[in-house]
Ligand binder design. Structure first.
Ligand SMILES: [Zn+2]
Length: 272
């Protein structure tokens, strides 16, 4: 990326809001992965976390380019700056973690799982940073990302997929929260940002049934499943569901954790 270094590790705030948010939230993401999962950065080997801000002109996105984070400023009409939401930063960095652990193909159900895992770790970054329990957490992704012009509470809702926005210009949040509403489409790589609502809701249901802090048990189960050799690059929802049930039993035995995970996937129609 072209540009100049405006804030290195350990340096004071710059007064550039996007730069200071990027710095804080890259740090918060590092903290979740290190303090909770003992993972030393994205690659598990201390990869420096670099972010470029003010990318392009009114650029309406943020992404992990395989080596670093890139943040746009948004157009100011629909989107605010993309550093505004801690879970969006966590989501994009989580794509880096996912890329290092598995190559979940970015289409159809495996792609929707890829998107959902990024939301799961994105919301865990947010919850861990705020020290919110499963009851205190809002389970929304991207609060603040839309401007006040848009009729929206967030970009996505893990608790109630499909309820994040309903706006005359943008339309309605298209996410389903149950397999009966699975969207078959060729758009969006087969609906990777749409059908991710289903595994997102499964995580929400499992986490709230287990209770406490989501990063402690349900987050641990999802993380171990992500790192498990049994997660194929073509995994579909039901294969991932079975893996999380197995991991829950491996970590906590046959008890409330395993039962809650299993029931969550039943409740979203992924397993019978
Ligand atoms: Zn994503």
């Amino acid at each position: 990326m072209p540009g100049r270094l405006i804030r290195a590790e350990g340096q004071a705030t710059t007064g550039d809001v996007a730069a200071d948010e990027a710095y804080a939230y890259l740090g918060a993401t590092y903290e979740l992965f290190w303090e909770v999962f003992q993972r030393h950065s994205i690659d598990g080997a201390g990869l420096p976390l670099i972010g470029t801000v003010h990318y392009g002109q009114n650029y309406e996105n943020a992404f992990w380019n395989g080596e670093q984070m890139v943040f746009g400023d948004g157009d100011g009409e629909i989107f605010n700056r993309f550093t505004i939401a801690i879970d969006i930063v966590g989501h994009e960095l989580a794509h880096g973690v996912i890329e290092h652990e598995t190559s979940l193909a970015y289409k159809g159900q495996s792609g929707a799982l890829n998107e959902s895992l990024a939301d799961v770790f994105g919301t865990l970054v947010k919850q861990y940073h705020a020290k919110h329990s499963v009851e205190q957490a809002d389970w929304l992704i991207g609060v603040g990302l839309f401007t006040d012009e848009v009729k929206a509470t967030a970009l996505r809702s893990m608790k109630a997929p499909g309820s994040a926005y309903d706006d005359p210009a943008l339309g309605k949040d298209p996410q389903p929260g149950h397999m009966r509403d699975y969207v078959d489409t060729t758009e969006d790589n087969g609906g990777v940002h749409i059908n991710s609502g289903i595994p997102n809701r499964a995580f929400y249901l499992a986490a709230t049934a287990i209770g406490g802090y989501a990063w402690e048990k349900s987050g641990r189960i999802w993380y171990e499943a992500l790192c498990d050799e049994g997660l194929w690059d073509t995994a579909d929802f039901s294969q991932f569901a079975a893996l999380t049930v197995d991991v829950a039993e491996r970590l906590y035995g046959v008890g409330v954790e395993q039962q809650s995970v299993r029931q969550a996937w039943v409740d979203v129609g992924v397993i019978a």
